[in-house]
Write a protein that binds this ligand. Structure first.
Ligand code: GDP
Length: 419
């Protein structure tokens, strides 16, 4: 499986795209249309929100597991766009019968909640939080329900009613278009029934048949509902354990967990970023790395490599290897830094603190290494990299306790080093 080690946007899309080549089945296990994976194929650029990036390789079966909250209108927009690009989708996409549907009223509620919140989370406004709330509250609408029109009607009417009440109690107004949007979503739901499957069963049968399965994480470890920077997190378990529950297989079926880290750190949305650059450096790296959100277009805040957070990611995900992306973005810098611990009022800490509010005032302790000031874009093996870049990667391995197994040095599929 592939999991993000930070706040998402680590370049998982590219890594999944590369690894999908060797897989038969690629599955998403959590999140929804709040994810945005950017994949470059030839001169084309695709931003995939819900369908696994494996779809861009012919013949891969792509699944959305029970752990996702599926925005059915968005889903078919993406599906039809892919078809229009000439991608053969026949029998290639499956959606868990146990997945919950994200409905237009979840989106409306998300906007209302975020607008009135004193402490904004910085959500993507896609309705993810409210959809998971309904799931945990045992009021959600699942793909399996779509076969029963009466049940659907009951669940949807109650859902709309609850959303209206909550929005109005916050002084908001329910959008006039809501009823129409709900109708469209239900029509799309009919279409979805043809794709319904038991993802856990399919994955286990694939594994038993000697096939390779790739589980694709969205967002990242620091956005995990339990292990991330709560409350500035997403509403699902993004970490490796979530891959088992969210796809319907046992944890022992997962034998390889690749954690994706950028060679530096970025964060979109609200909440602390301990290793944040100063303003000038922030702007420089944002421009070099094109750091704008794939889903919302928001500028991402940038900072140095954070080994404290990476160690948390290594531990809670049980990482077997790291994929370091965007090494090329640092090519022109005279020096590069790694935060190895945080200075806090209570002394030095080497493990990521649970108290998110404390995180806002920690002072990272940096180790400075020489930059390489040479292009890495053409490197296809570690030996092709400048010595200083190799040293940087060696140091990342040491401070995270995890072997670097892949290094990405550009947006193209071919710009990858396998170790
Ligand atoms: P994801 O959500 O984790 O897949 O990350 P995004 O897709 O939001 O962001 C990754 C962005 O970085 C995309 O535009 C990728 O094409 C790009 N990218 C991925 N790997 C590399 C790399 O090694 N170098 C450069 N320059 N860009 C990369």
């Amino acid at each position: 499986m592939v999991v993000g080690c930070r706040w998402g946007d680590e370049g998982k899309g590219k890594i999944v795209d590369v690894l999908a080549e060797e897989a038969h089945v690629v599955a998403r296990y959590q999140g929804g249309a709040n994810a945005g994976h950017t994949v470059h194929v030839g001169d084309d650029q695709f931003v995939l929100h819900q369908i696994p990036s494996g779809i861009l390789h012919a013949d891969k079966r792509c699944l959305l597991g029970n752990g996702v909250v599926l925005d059915v209108l968005d889903f078919f927009e993406e599906y039809d766009d892919l078809a229009e690009w000439g991608i053969d989708l026949d029998d290639r996409v499956g959606v868990s019968q146990r997945a919950h549907l994200l409905m237009p009223y979840h989106r409306a509620l998300d906007h209302a909640l975020e607008n009135q919140a004193k402490q904004k989370i910085g959500t993507t406004g896609r309705g993810i939080g409210p959809a998971y709330e309904e799931k945990a509250g045992r009021r959600g609408l699942r793909v399996a329900d779509l076969a029963n029109a009466e049940r659907v009607q009951g669940l949807v009417e109650a859902g709309v009613e609850r959303a209206r009440e909550r929005i109005e109690s916050m002084g908001g107004d329910c959008d006039d278009g809501l009823d129409g949007a709900v109708e469209s979503a239900l029509a799309a739901g009919e279409r979805l029934r043809g794709l319904a499957t038991d993802t856990g069963l399919e994955i286990m049968q694939a594994l038993q048949g000697g096939k390779r399965v790739l589980l694709e994480g969205a967002q990242g470890t620091a956005l995990d509902l339990d292990h991330g920077t709560y409350p500035f997190v997403t509403s699902s378990n993004t970490t490796a354990g979530g891959a088992a529950t969210g796809s319907g297989i046992g944890p022992t079926a997962i034998d390889t967990v690749i954690g994706v880290v950028k060679a530096y750190t970025t964060r979109v949305g609200n909440g602390p970023l301990p290793t944040a650059f100063d303003e000038a450096m922030d702007e420089k790296v944002r421009a070099l790395g094109g750091e704008f959100g794939a889903t919302t277009g928001r500028p991402r805040r940038c900072g140095w490599f954070d080994a404290v957070l990476s160690r948390l990611a290594a531990r809670v995900n049980g990482l077997t290897g790291l994929a370091v992306t965007k090494l090329d973005v640092l090519d022109t810098l005279p020096e590069v830094c790694i935060a190895t611990s945080y200075r806090t009022p209570d002394g030095l800490v080497e493990e990521f603190p649970a108290d998110t509010w404390q995180l806002g005032s920690v002072e990272p302790v940096y180790e400075t290494l020489p930059g390489w000031q040479e292009s890495t874009e053409g490197a296809r093996s570690l030996g092709d990299l400048p010595a200083a870049a190799r040293r940087y990667l060696d140091r990342i391995e040491e401070v995270t306790g995890t072997p670097v197994q892949m290094v990405s040095v550009g947006t193209r599929r071919s710009q990858i080093i396998r170790v």
